[in-house]
Design a protein around this ligand. Structure first.
Ligand code: 5RP
Length: 233
């Protein structure tokens, strides 16, 4: 790697949690990709692990890095998932899905014995919601689902939520997730009761998954200019 950055400090510190013969959940996003690159170097030096990717993009990057992939259907356990986050709030509640991979990320994190989050310090927040919450929805009836999602967020105290269908930056067409769904980006300003909001979003028909990850991360590694701080709960 050419020079360390806050993200690379966090990614490097996460390597300490990786042991021989582990099955790893491989996160998505720029910080997770630095971790994949560093993990690949360890594998080249003799470490033996298998990885389950949380996105098609991560599968490609992991293969390039020399990480052996395992299909989730063939995994009897996932020891550790290392993934990034868009926001890290109180009690390690997370907003994820900036890269549109939240559904697979959540399935894999939830199935893991340990989830370690790696991020730079800009991701740590006291109140969640400055980052627009990604909500993955079925394409069928998505505009009706969007109205219901708006109602949930409004009831939960957001004065005027802004719910926008995510577009693919290159084509200008709706962004399609690896699972074939749409994403609604929901600008809330503040999410003051993430546990309640998470439960209410799950109850909306058409919502496939939302980007609030509650009670999943046990370790958060925050990278700074000069190293990484490890927070555990
Ligand atoms: C993708 C994610 C990413 O982990 C999140 O967007 C953070 O990405 P980055 O490390 O590039 O800031 O949730 O769906």
């Amino acid at each position: 790697m050419n020079g360390e950055t806050p993200k690379s400090h966090a990614a490097r510190a996460a390597l300490d949690y990786v042991k021989d013969n582990m099955v790893l959940g491989l996160g998505s996003g720029s910080t997770a990709e630095i971790f994949l690159e560093l993990l690949g170097l360890r594998i080249a030096s003799g470490l033996k692990v298998q990885g389950i990717p949380t996105s098609k993009r991560t599968a490609e990057v992991a293969e390039e890095a020399g990480i052996e992939l395992l299909s989730i259907e063939h995994a009897d356990r996932i020891d550790l998932t290392v993934d990034g986050a868009d926001e890290i709030g109180p009690k390690f509640a997370l907003i994820k899905g900036g890269g549109g991979c939240l559904l697979r990320e959540k399935i894999i994190a939830n199935a893991s014995d340990l989830m370690v989050v790696i991020a730079d310090e800009s991701k740590l927040v006291e109140t969640m919601g400055a980052f627009a919450l990604p909500v993955e929805v079925d394409r069928f009836g998505f505009s009706i689902t969007a109205k219901k999602v708006f109602d949930v967020l409004k009831q939960d105290g957001t004065s005027r939520p802004d719910v926008v269908l995510r577009e693919d930056k290159n084509s200008g067409k709706p962004f399609i997730t690896d699972g074939g769904h749409y994403i609604l980006d929901c600008a809330c300003g503040e999410i003051t009761h993430p546990v309640k909001t998470a439960a209410q979003l799950c109850a909306v028909p058409g919502v496939v998954e939302h980007g609030l990850f509650i009670d999943m991360a046990r370790v958060v590694i925050i990278g700074g200019d000069h190293g990484a701080e490890i927070l555990e709960r």
